[in-house]
Design a protein around this ligand. Structure first.
Ligand SMILES: [Zn+2]
Length: 432
């Protein structure tokens, strides 16, 4: 009847104690108690079962390159870009593929099975594009990898920016990127937004731009991006990544901007770990947080999803491929600590990201792909608090990764011999 049944699962929406039946790689039943047996059974034992994590903003050509050719001394975004410029001519396809595949191994153990990666097209050799197109094919059985042609050094500012981006799209990269705030002038930035949206419309591709990743409140390329989105009929297919300048903008201006973004159905992708690390660097005290206005954008009905952005690369020396760490940081930086807030944050690293990425068959409904993760936590709140082990990671109904539960052993007279750091420490009022 079923190839796999997961018993006694709690779902992200709060439903508890359900069995999930899987057949032919799809979810075939979700019920209180499935009476038949299956080829394989997993006892979730009242733990959270979720669709996998989706990272809508990453740089797989740079990941795990920390220290090559040197460390980022100031820790700033601009030194990171300069450092990447030093490393880029030294990149080989083989090394890029090897690093990306290793990151994907890590991602799978973390239950991260959908990734959108920007691919730097500034170097006309385009080894980055060649390498990541190969990786995309190699990991396709377990990770859906989307690629964005990203003119890191500027579409107009880099000598071969325009032609390299075109060639990367011709090679099969399927999303148009941009970086308007890094062009030489505001005018060049606005022109780049228009040109890139036109390319997307002509080629029938989505757009995902690094947009306004700065503390400058006058960096308003998101306004142009929203307007060009409507002009070219790209509503719902355009993402604005970072949008950190919105943190510093005048409130009156934002009250006009957000409805414009809603009209264009812009997908908003803040990157909380990187934003809190890299923004506000020119401030003394008080220091701005530099993350965009998550609560306000969500309240206006915009689709907000969080990206990891970087793991151990020229911009960020930390990171572990864990989208719960991203959500955990988002809760703090956006100050969203209520129960409903946490559910919204969990959505931002799962269903909202899936929407940004245009994923089909993603979710926890009958008929969806049987891509599922079992976490060592009872619900989304506990998952975001503990960043617990991913006990099982399932792709198309097959277990592709497993991690043993984390249990602490104690050697203390009169105290318990072992504890589950999650369920044994929930205050009585929250006991389930
Ligand atoms: Zn980025």
């Amino acid at each position: 009847m079923f190839d796999l049944i997961i018993r006694n699962a709690n779902l992200p929406d709060g439903r508890k104690g359900l069995d999930i039946g899987v057949s032919s790689g799809k979810i075939a039943a979700i019920a209180k108690s499935i009476a038949v047996a299956a080829g394989e059974e997993i006892d979730a034992a009242g733990r959270l079962v979720s669709p996998p994590f989706c990272d809508p903003h990453f740089h797989m050509d740079a990941t795990l390159s920390l220290g090559l050719p040197r460390m980022n001394v100031s820790g700033t975004l601009l030194e990171g870009i300069a450092l990447w410029g030093e490393l880029r001519p030294l990149l080989t396809k083989e090394a890029l593929v090897e690093r990306a595949l290793r990151y994907c191994d890590l991602a799978v153990t973390q239950g991260l099975l959908y990734i959108r990666s920007h691919v730097d097209t500034s170097d006309p050799r385009l080894v980055t594009a060649e390498a990541l197109l190969e990786v995309k094919e190699k990991v396709a059985p377990y990770i859906e990898l989307q690629l964005v042609a990203f003119p890191q050094d500027g579409y107009y500012r880099a000598p071969d920016g325009v032609s390299s981006l075109d060639r990367a799209l011709d090679m099969g990269i399927g999303i148009v990127g941009g970086i308007p705030h890094f062009e030489r002038t505001m005018e060049d930035g606005a022109r780049s937004v228009e040109a890139l949206c036109r390319i997307a419309a002509d080629r029938g591709l989505p757009v995902d731009m690094h947009c306004d990743e700065t503390d400058d409140p006058m960096s308003r390329h998101i306004e142009t991006l929203a307007a060009q989105t409507v002009r070219f009929g790209l509503q719902g297919r355009v993402a604005g990544s970072h949008l950190t300048s919105m943190h510093s903008m005048d409130n009156y201006y934002v009250s006009k901007l957000i409805p414009l973004m809603a009209e264009a159905e812009i997908n908003v992708i803040p990157n909380p770990l990187i934003n809190i690390m890299l923004q506000g660097r020119h401030d003394s005290y008080p220091k701005r947080r530099g993350m965009t206005r998550v609560r306000e954008l969500m309240a206006a009905g915009l689709n907000v999803s969080f990206g990891h952005d970087c793991v151990m690369d020229p911009w960020y020396s930390m990171g572990s491929g864990d989208m719960l760490e991203v959500g955990h940081m988002a809760i703090h930086v956006a100050q969203m600590a209520g129960i409903d807030d946490k559910r919204r944050i969990f959505d931002a690293i799962t269903v909202n990201s899936a929407k940004t990425m245009g994923l089909e068959g993603y979710g926890l409904d009958v008929g969806c792909k049987a891509d599922l993760i079992v976490l060592q936590a009872a619900d989304v709140t506990e998952a975001l608090r503990l960043k617990p082990n991913r006990l099982f990671v399932i792709k198309a109904g097959k277990v592709v990764a497993r991690t043993a539960p984390r249990v602490g052993e104690l050697f203390l007279a009169g105290r318990p011999a072992s504890i589950d750091t999650g369920r044994d420490y929930v205050p009585p009022v929250l006991q389930r």
